[in-house]
Write a protein that binds this ligand. Structure first.
Ligand code: ASP
Length: 185
């Protein structure tokens, strides 16, 4: 079994209802991993340890936070981790992943993920994104690829990924197979 360490930084993936209304990024990395007992371990063939590094919106993360995170990640690899997953707010997911990629000098993968719909919403994407990220971090195929962003069942190089508005990013460019193209010609 691979050993994967999940670091939690906050963001929508860590949001839960606040007594004063709305949602706040209050779930720890331990909460995220513990929400799927057994399932995460079996589906990814890995043992996950978790460490909460912060609980803030992505836009509140500083360079110092990411430098400190990179050092903590390096330490986990020195201690024998096979992969690391970072969960954080998507507003700065590309910035964190890019900087982590520059600072990452090991073969083991660092995988950053998050969620567009927080766990209180119907269709929340945190379980699928967390599982895909842990599977990627635990697998041998992601070695020597540096930092990655795993989201919506896609694996992106940290240096190339960009957050876009989902409907635009996922717009169907032409007619579906078997359908007429009714657009103006
Ligand atoms: N505003 C949130 C954040 O970046 C949204 C998200 O996580 O997608 O922390």
């Amino acid at each position: 079994m691979s050993r994967v360490v999940v670091f939690g930084l906050g963001g929508a993936i860590a949001m839960t209802s606040s007594p004063s209304g709305g949602v706040v990024p209050a779930l720890s990395a331990e909460d995220l991993v513990a929400a799927f007992p057994g399932w995460l371990r079996r589906a990814s063939r890995s043992r996950s340890r978790s460490r909460t590094f912060g609980a803030c919106p992505g836009a509140s993360l500083s360079f110092e936070d990411v430098y400190a995170l990179a050092e903590a990640v390096r330490q986990r690899f020195t201690d024998g981790a096979d992969g690391v997953v970072i969960t954080q707010g998507t507003d700065t997911i590309e910035e964190t992943a890019f900087l982590l990629g520059l600072l990452h000098a090991c073969s083991e993968p660092v995988v950053v993920t998050g969620a567009m719909r927080n766990p209180t919403l119907a269709g929340a994407d945190d379980p699928a994104n967390l599982l895909a990220a842990v599977q990627t971090a635990a697998g041998a195929t992601a070695r020597d690829l540096g930092a990655l962003v795993v989201f919506a069942d896609e694996i992106h190089a940290a240096a190339r990924v960009r957050k876009t508005t989902p409907p635009a990013a996922r717009a169907t460019p032409g007619p579906l197979r078997g359908e007429e193209d009714h657009r103006a010609r």
